[in-house]
Every structure is written in structure tokens, then in C-alpha cells.
Design a protein around this ligand. Sequence first.
Ligand code: COA
Ligand code: AMP
Length: 622
Amino acid sequence: MSYQAEYDHSMQNPEEFWKEKAQDVSWFKFPDKILSQDENGIHHWFADGEMNTCYMALDYHVENGRGDQAALIYDSPVTDTKKTYTYKELRDEVATCAGMLTELGTTKGDRVIIYMPMIPEAAVAMLACARIGAIHSVVFGGFAPRELAIRIDDAKPRVIMSASCGIEVKREIAYKPMLDEAIKMAEYKPEHCVVFQRPEVTADLSSERDIDWQEACAKAKPVDCVPVNGSDLLYILYTSGTTGKPKGVVRENGGHAVAMKYSMKAIYDVKPGDVYWAASDVGWVVGHSYIIYAPLLQGCTTILYEGKPIMTPDAGAFWRIVEEYKVKALFTAPTAFRAIKKEDPDGEFIKQYDLSSLVNIFSAGERLDPPTYEWLSEKTERPVIDHWWQTETGWAIAANMMGYEVKPIKAGSATVPVSGFNVQILDDNGQPVPSGVQGNITLKLPLPPSCLTTIWQDFNRFKSSYLDTYPGYYFSGDGGYIDEEGYLFVMGRVDDVINVAGHRLSTGEMEEIVGKHSAVAECSVVGRNDNLKGQMPVGFVVLKSSVTVDEAELSKELVQLVRDSIGPVACFKEVYIVPRLPKTRSGKILRKTIRQIFNQEEYVVPSTIDDPESLNEIKALL
Ligand code: COA
Ligand code: AMP
């Protein structure tokens, strides 16, 4: 079938379209309600279906002849470990871990925070929660205790699952002290912390709350899958918004399973038995969807890689994995490819490995910049597919749907809308713009399966962040345009969110943290373009008039403050002390203009500016 026919079907008759796709996963009771609306008018998919995501991802395959097939391959150059789990082995580990959680009193609807490095137990923990209907919330290991504490207070988990350490190239990072600090900071206290002891670091488990993972699992009895409804939550994943408080994006079981399964063939063109690799982290949405759930729902072999694109040990790491496990589809963020390109510009490593299994390369997390696209497609001689998505949707909004008709690639474009997504570009007044004209990227409601249905415990924020700006549409926060041939070009965020090495961060949050320093009167943080990481945050700080400080010392303190508060992934390393910030007459900081000046982009002096000289002060820093 052509892409257009498939897409048009999803637009013309969404219920029929998704009912058909829902038949591809194994329900305990097929839903009667395909699309329904709640009392707030929010759409839910498959609300009354009975199911279990863990059953669909593991048990179903064991019962249907895939028990001995590799489900998950753990490859860890940082610990020199390789381990394969068959579907049966993974099912058994998950059932036992779920038994342990049950013995700790965890039941359907309870929250469980998972703060773990890239080890198989992170996948086991997620699937174990799904098995008993508990709602997991994975927190990326590179976040500092304060970020973890914010999530603990919001999600109120009964249990936190963690490990004794993570390993960053050669550096061991002890997790338990960070976990303890986070619990100390948080108002809400979990009942238990279950900690997986890695040989590299032994965690202190002397508190009554602490439980040794391996010991508890050795005693636990495996449990079966608990039926949940399609609209019950599978997970909460926090993502950066424009304020200091992250948003708890919620994912419902039913729509998620159907969209994940559909995407594997439709977008990635992989079938059961194929090897699929998303080189990401389970702490991010890409990790949730494409390291864990989608490949397993499809009966593929997934790879969980504990390493970097470079340095572990070199820029050939990705190609080694492709050869060794016969990877058919590789998915990662542009920043990883830029890191590889920097170390291996002539593609010498690429030539050393047999990439014959590799059919397509996929990229997301930020726009795949044309030079990186050109380099990668030339050196690998493979189609390189940029696709655009967000934590909020859980899967691609726009892509080249490789399972259907393959469209000619245009560098810099995420190609065309994916089935179910009605992408519209609107101007600031909510009017559609002609093709080729940039505007705000929106999605006409209803959203397709898997997309968020609220913010955890904060429906008003869900409405104000996404639905109120353009009634009848979901506002993505991204800007871009659609060309005459219907190709979507996503050009970047129109809000105060930045993307640093594929990590989504809030400049507003950094401003709040910097603003707390006793010497700082006010500040602004904007994203500077960066050749490797896409963007890097830069701070502009105005001092309180009463203070005199050593500017270099203050910069160091502010950098440390952000690192301690958000974590090393914030990459906040550049601070400038300025006499004042460019503002409008009503006192609003002109962040966009500061960003444009600092990135040496064209800009228009806003007519509302209070004092144009303040722009020259920013220019003078260049
Ligand atoms: N736990 C603890 N610390 C972590 C961490 C984790 N899980 N992940 C990153 N960090 C730390 C790094 O060690 C580094 O610390 P440092 O400032 O002390 O050196 C800091 O956070 C910044 O990390 P990162 O932005 O990842 O930069 P890097 O220089 O270590 O590596 C790349 C650069 C391009 C190799 C790396 O960013 C990368 O692989 N990116 C891919 C991102 C990705 O997969 N995104 C998912 C979306 S698909
Ligand atoms: P996250 O929720 O962390 O996945 O980040 C989502 C944001 O990353 C989007 O709103 C975009 O700003 C950006 N993004 C992700 N993929 C792409 C892409 N292919 N092209 C352009 N921007 C992207």
C-alpha cells in the first residue's frame, strides 16, 4: 500500500484504522470503545480493553514459539560484559522481579521510580511494573539528587528501584548516595529502595528502607500478569517544560501498545525476529519506546548498550555492534553521529566492519542537520531517516514510513506526517499559513494512540501547556514549515526548551537555579548553537548593585550550582556578567533576541525594546 493511502485512511476514519491495528496485539478482552472522550473532553484509545503490556511483550511470544529467541542483548564495553536473554529467560526474570515488588506491597496503580544505569535490570524493572499494573517512572541516571527529589515528591512512589552505580566511560558513579540525598530532600518518603549491587561499587544498605535486589529476588516467587484497562497508566515520564518543574507525561497501556507495534513495521520496517537497536538510554522516551517496549512487542531482538558512541573504546563502537549482532535498524540522536564523525571523518571505522545486515539508520532527538546527514548517508551507503517526535507522543509524528512507500529524502526534513497525526502549521493568531511559511507546529485533535492524555496530577497544566493556545489543536512547542510537496521541516523550539546532546532541558529551570545565588539580581539562559551537542546553555547574569565579586569565581560557582542541581547533563559551562539584560518596556527579557545575537543570526530589534544599547552589550561579548 502507498503511504498516502495508509495516511488518508487514518485521517478519514481513525476509529476503523486503529481498530484494525489493535488486532495486531493480544488483548485479554478486545476493546469495545475504540475512541472515547472523558468528562474533560480528552480522547482516550481502547479505554475498556483488557490487557497487560508485559504479557504482550514477553509471555505472548513465549507461548507462540519465540521462547528461545534472543529478546534482549546486553552489551557493555564499560564493564566488558555481553549477555543474551531469551524471551523465556527475560519473562522469568521479570516475573520474579514482579513477585518481589508484590511482596513489598506494590499493587496496581502504585508508582515505582526506577533510577538506574543501562543494565538489563532496568528493563526487567520496567517490565515487572507493567506486569503487576504498577506505574513506573524512570529517572535518567545523569540527573542530580534534586531532580530525583522533585520527581519523588510528584510521583509519590511506593518503591524506588536503583543500582549501586553507573559507569561513565571509566568513571564509576555511585547512585546510592545520590538516592539517599534525594530522599532526604523530598517531602514524600518511599517505603522501600531496592538496590541492585553491581560488582564495581557496593551500596550501603543499612537503612531499614533498603533492600538488596539480588537477595530479595532469590527469595521471591514469580507472579502472573495482572489485567489492566487500555486507559490505565503504564508509565509517567518527566520531561522539561518551560518552568523549573518538570512535566509528568503519562502513557496509557492500550494506545501505547498498539502504536508501538504498528510503528515497528510501518516506520522502521522490521518484522518479528529482526534485530533492532536504539542507542539511547532508558531514562529518555526513545529508550522507553524503542529499547524496551516496541521491539519486544514486535518479537524482535533488542540491544541494551552501556557505552558511548566514542571512547568505549573508539568511534567504531556502533559499527562493531551492528556487525556482531546483525542489526537491521539502528536508531540514535544526531549528536552521537556528530561525535563519531568528528573522531572518524573519513569513515575508516565504518569500512572495518561488515554492515551488510544494516538496512536503515534512524535519527531523532533534534533536527538531523544536513552536513551530518550527508556524511552519514555517504559513508554508510544506507538511507538515513530523520524523524520527529516528543516525549509527549511516545512515537514519531513525522517520518519517512519505511514499511510503506519510501519517499525521496530531503536533507533537513523529517519527511511527512505519520498515520494518525494531522500536522498543521499555524501563525501566532491560530491561522493556517501557506506552504513554505514558518509557523507553530500543531496537531489537530484527536491525537492518535500513545499520546499523553494529561500531566500527572496536573490537568490544568496539561491544558495550558498544550491545548489552550490553539483550541482544537495540540501545540507541540516546535516551529517549522511544510513545503509544497508536504514535507515537514522542524526548525526548533519556539519556547524556552533547549536540546543538549539529545537531552531536553529547560532554560527556565537553569534561570531559577542561577537566580538563587546571593550575588545575582537577575539572569537569562539561552541556547547557543554547538557543533557537537546541537545546543549548549549560556547564562547572562546581572549582579546585585550592592555586591562586589570576583567574576571568574562567581562563574565557577554558578556552573557548579547548576551541575549540582540538575546534573552533569545540563552542560552549563558558560556565564557572562552583563550590566543589564535586554528587555521590553514592560520588563520582559528578550531571550529570543539575545539568542539570535549570540548565535550571530539575523534579528529584528523589537519595537517594544526599552533600551537598544543593551543589545550592543550582548554583541560586545562575541
Ligand atoms: N549518568 C551520569 N552522568 C552522565 C550520564 C549518566 N547516565 N549521562 C551523561 N552523564 C554525564 C557525562 O559523563 C558528562 O559528564 P562530565 O561533564 O563530567 O564530562 C555530562 O553528563 C555530559 O554528558 P553528555 O552530554 O552525554 O556528553 P559527553 O561529552 O559525555 O558525550 C556524546 C557526548 C555525544 C558522546 C553523548 O552526548 C551521547 O552519546 N549522546 C547521545 C545522546 C542520546 O542518546 N540521547 C537520547 C535521545 S535519542
Ligand atoms: P524529547 O521530548 O526529549 O524527545 O524532545 C522532543 C523535542 O526534541 C522536540 O519537541 C523537538 O524540539 C526536538 N526533536 C526531536 N526530534 C526531532 C527531529 N527529528 N527534528 C527536529 N527536532 C526534533
